[in-house]
Design a protein around this ligand. Structure first.
Ligand code: SF4
Length: 268
């Protein structure tokens, strides 16, 4: 029986970028305690924005100082000694401040937070084409609903690159969450996908047609079929060396590498 019962967007994307990495992580199930500082900072910004909207939902808009205190507390609480800084010349403090800037900018641009938020860090468990053989999971950062079927799926991005409109119109992640939403909720008349590039205070919006969602589900189903076939028949999951190898923690397991990752230096 396949070990792969539920897939995620990030897992399926990692298969596309490097099948070897996908196999090591999701089939051999090798997990490492390491993480990159960019990902760590992104998680703390997400925690903080979640906290912000939870407070707003309970009836009080917190001051920015309180929100930044929360960010610092969770940063210190979750910091561990396997956080790596792969980029030369960068330091922990610089990433901390970058996260603070992202939060302060988001706060200033979005106060008084009057959106109709109906979900924060919403866990979605869904199927492609309503088929239980193609189960997926994901987390929606924030879901807004105007009460009459108009939904917005929001996603916070702390990365360096902001998406252009063309990329947003073809991106799969939030479109998959739209499939999940339409499966799990009634009265979904209209869905807008909204990315917040919090480093720059930029918002990018997009919509999908029914046909686009059908094509997307078909594409991911094919990818899942391909993975399962290889897994069952012992097919090859080739390594694809690339620049992102610098951020990969599986050099010891990777057939294309012969030593530990020299780009991973502890953040300290
Ligand atoms: S080091 Fe590079 S080639 Fe090897 S598994 Fe990681 S991403 Fe793939």
């Amino acid at each position: 029986m396949s070990k792969l019962e539920r897939f995620s967007y990030s897992g399926l994307e990692s298969y596309k970028k490097c099948p070897a990495q996908f196999k090591i992580r999701y089939i051999d199930n090798i997990r490492k305690p390491d993480e990159g500082i960019e990902a760590f900072m992104g998680k703390r910004v997400h925690d903080t924005l979640e906290h912000l909207y939870t407070e707003v939902g309970s009836g009080k808009v917190p001051f920015l100082d309180h929100i930044l205190d929360f960010y610092k507390t969770t940063w210190d609480e979750y910091w561990h000694d396997r956080i790596a800084i792969a980029k030369r010349g960068e330091r922990k403090e610089g990433y901390f401040r970058l996260g603070e800037d992202c939060i302060a900018r988001f706060y200033r641009n979005n106060q008084p937070f009057s959106e109709n938020v109906v979900g924060i860090e919403l866990v979605m468990d869904f199927m492609l084409d309503n088929d239980p053989d193609y189960r997926m999971k994901g987390i929606i950062d924030r879901l807004d609903h105007d009460g009459s079927g108009q939904f917005q799926i929001h996603d916070y991005k702390t990365g360096k690159r902001a998406m252009g409109q063309r990329k947003a119109d073809s991106d799969g992640q939030l479109a998959l969450y739209q499939i999940a939403l339409q499966q799990q909720k009634e009265n979904v008349n209209n869905v807008e996908l909204v990315w917040h590039f919090v480093r720059y205070g930029i918002e990018v919006r997009s919509k999908r047609t029914k046909e686009q969602l059908r094509q997307l589900a078909d594409m991911f189903k094919k990818r899942i079929d391909e993975i399962r076939l290889k897994e069952q028949q012992g097919g090859e999951f080739p390594a694809k060396p690339m620049i992102l190898c610098n951020w990969c923690y599986y050099w010891q397991e990777c057939p294309a590498q012969i030593r530990a990752n020299p780009f991973i230096r502890n953040g300290g």
